[in-house]
Design a binder for this molecule. Structure first.
Ligand code: GLU
Length: 402
């Protein structure tokens, strides 16, 4: 007899980023020479001063339950960070901490969505946004973009997708998977539209804030551009990407008290507090030395330049030079319909990804998972040597297609 699973679960697909990363891990464990470009995870070690803060917390006995949505010390560090980096003013009652960025989005959606509520999501999007919305009982409304639009929505497209049921719009800049960044002007044009709809809330996923390559381009988050818009914005961030702390699981947000209270109620009945030890490490990450970020950024920029140059030179691939994050999103449109040397037809970007993994041991994530085909995502958060080898294998794979 097999157990009947929840109908709710049937609405969603497994996370493609997690699945491809796990597949690469398993192949590696089997002894295959796999280079994984599928995980959105920096390869740097968590800095020592952050690790030491965690060890000190253990030694002090900070190993018990904490306040459900974060210890005061971390909330204070987050408030300082929002002021310092984003010129946003929050009180403790506006801050929520969860075990990662994903749970922040989950909590916000589950706490606010009712059946029929719509959430606008520009595509390509991070794989989990639409599925989280569906699980929370809402309806994702996708605004499609393309390489010709630099993968960004316009005020006109936004206006066209708003209905009386629109509850949220999710923004993500720098973007996963494209690395594109909204300029202040572009955000202002979106604000002009949102001002006409006072019931729409904005969730801005700023997790790649510190990974911005054009030095003249200062990071801008939508809430800092307009006070009224900020009263209905949930500004989300976390320590995973900036401080290379993916496994520690700490995400946080600042936003309207009503939503923060509802998220706390929900978290109190689900995970309870994020790990006490990770919270103390995050206090150090946010309050401590930030100088190493500059070196990491330089290293990411070198990798971006290398990958952009090599991928753009591959037969049939075309990509934009990413402005932030650590992803590049090439189009493989010209290769659709071609055959591998052993006669397999590349019908779509998933075939491209699976054949590349099978024949060249390179793991990437197919564009379909991000809601825009035929593209694929490369995460270049790995060493330049590995990236060079991986790109050479991708070039070879494309060359061999007929
Ligand atoms: N956000 C990262 C990615 O896109 C981590 C994996 C995930 O949770 O999706 O690869």
């Amino acid at each position: 007899m097999s157990i009947k699973l929840s109908k709710n679960l049937e609405k969603i697909a497994p996370s493609a980023t997690v699945a491809m990363t796990q597949l690469a891990r398993e192949l590696k464990n089997e002894g295959k020479d796999v280079i994984s470009l599928s995980a959105g995870e920096p390869d740097f070690d968590t800095p020592d001063h952050i690790k030491t803060a965690a060890i000190d917390a253990i030694n002090r006995g900070e190993t018990k339950y904490t306040a459900v949505d974060g210890i005061d010390e971390l909330k204070e560090a987050i408030i300082k960070k929002f002021k310092r980096d984003n010129n946003l003013s929050f009180s403790k009652e506006n801050i929520s901490v969860a075990p990662g960025g994903k749970p922040i989005i989950y909590n916000a959606m589950i706490a606010t969505l009712n059946p029929g509520d719509e959430v606008i999501i520009p595509s390509p999007y991070w794989v989990s946004y639409p599925d989280i919305v569906k699980l929370a009982g809402g309806t994702p409304v996708i605004i499609e973009t393309s390489i010709e639009d630099n993968f960004k929505i316009t005020d006109t497209k936004l206006k066209q997708s708003i209905t009386e049921h629109t509850k949220w719009i999710i923004l993500n800049s720098p973007s996963n998977p494209t690395g594109e960044v909204y300029t202040q002007y572009e955000l202002e044009t979106l604000i002009d539209v949102l001002k006409q709809y006072p019931n729409i809330y904005i969730l801005t996923d700023d997790i790649y804030e510190h990974l911005l390559y054009d030095r003249s381009n200062k990071f801008i988050t939508i809430g800092q551009l307009d006070d009224e818009i900020n009263t209905r914005t949930l500004t989300m961030n976390g320590v995973s990407k900036a401080y290379s702390m993916t496994g520690w699981r700490i995400g946080y947000c600042g936003g309207p008290k009503t939503i923060i209270d509802a998220m706390r109620k929900l978290q109190g009945q689900s995970t309870s507090n994020p790990s006490s030890i990770s919270q103390w490490a995050a206090v150090e990450a946010l309050n401590g030395d930030q100088d190493f970020l500059k070196n990491w950024l330089e290293s990411f920029e070198e990798r971006r330049n290398k990958v952009f140059e090599m991928i753009n030179s591959a037969k049939g691939l075309k990509c934009l030079k990413p402005k932030g994050a650590f992803y590049i999103y090439p189009s493989c449109e010209e290769l659709i319909g071609k055959k591998t040397p052993d006669g397999k037809v590349i019908n779509n970007d998933k075939d491209f990804a699976m054949n590349l993994l099978e024949t060249k041991s390179i793991s990437i994530v197919h564009g379909e998972a991000f809601g825009l085909s035929p593209y694929f995502r490369i995460s270049y958060a790995t060493s330049i040597e590995k990236l060079e080898t991986a790109c050479n294998r991708i070039i070879e794979f494309c060359d061999e297609l007929e």
